[in-house]
Design a protein around this ligand. Sequence first.
Ligand code: ADP
Ligand code: MG
Length: 427
Amino acid sequence: MTLKGEKSVLITENDRTAVPIQRDFSSILQFKEKKSITDLDLRNKKVLVRVDFNVPLDEYGNITDSRRIRMTLPTIHYLLNENCKIILLSHLGRPDGKIKDAFRTDPIYKRLKEYLPFVNVDKADDCVGPEVERMVSKMKRGEILVLENPRFHPNEKKCDPEFSKQLSDLADVYVTDAFATAHRRHASTYGVCPFFKEKGYGFLMEKELKFLSNCLNKPKRPFTIILGGKKVNDKLDVIKYLLGLADAVLIGGGMAYTFLLAMGYNIGKSIRDLSKLDNIRDYLETARSYNTKIFLPRDVVVCDELDYPSEIKNVPITEIRDNHVGVDIGEETIEYYKKVLSKSSQVVWQGPLGVFERKEFENGTKEIARHLIENEIYTVIGGGDSAAAFEKFGFQDDVSFISTGGGASLEIMKGTLLPAIACLTDK
Ligand code: ADP
Ligand code: MG
């Protein structure tokens, strides 16, 4: 197969011989059969609420984006109105089963106190054990206790039943609003469920699942997916599930270079995942037999060195040199992608199109984001860094929906059942 030199449109406009396949995403609708927070009897109850407050922190431990906290406020307010004792449980980062101060939930606790100035919010130094039990026993209705990071215990990720039981002993009812962790079978997201008779999902979970299920089950066509970012491995696995589902897949960001390499282009020092070259060749072949067009950049922005570049330029993909690092999609590609997007009725975006954190390399991501907003194209933003890009540009309130869970939404796109939903009480 020699793809080198082909135009970026791998499946051409008139190549419409392929048959669209109907993918089955009905598993995502499973949540409709489960109890939501409004189906539970919560009045005056002690409620363990699993949230995902795994927020980005700067080097001083300050929260740089608190969307995940803000988005669960409807659930917290509802529980306060029900006069509950609210025990909030979230992991933070990857402390690998050890107590690490940098991953304590104190910044979350402080931010919550700011958001809820009239509520008594307290914080425990662990998530299980006698001291936590004592603090819970002293709680009054309408109060909140923020527990310490469950990932300080290796048993959280192991989904240890004894640890799950200890967590569940803290409360009467379990509510999950942790969409971003809903694909994980951990003690606090999954293992606790058998120990609770009553368990349901919160408002954030509901909102996330509704947006995604609408996009996947009843896509407004043409449906375009933008894939960028640098987690090439995670996202490549999704592509095969998108073939036949999406009408177009626009590739950008760090993702693009492994594709270009697979097609025989020199990509210089750009990010790549060599283990995936054969898969990419397969996907490109398979895409031809479906009604999905895969688009790749025609030109890119390159520099000689990411940290202190002395040279930054826009080059066609045929002119990437050995010393070049690809950092953004180029001007021609931006215009070309805008045209595809203008014809799209629905867009799901996972992964920024360049190293947007740097002003010099933000252009592709920013221009495409602006185009979607100005043209009022229905857009759901997946990945965490893509969401951060929208925040950085000040576009966060102008886009249709920004998900709080990139990994979870990718899993859903693969058709995975969410364990954290499957284990809830049936209606
Ligand atoms: P998301 O969280 O939106 O799913 P990822 O986590 O996969 O996205 O990747 C986000 C990161 O990808 C950003 O920090 C961005 O700087 C980086 N990135 C984008 N384009 C490139 C590139 N060409 N080379 C290296 N990193 C890139
Ligand atoms: Mg990310």
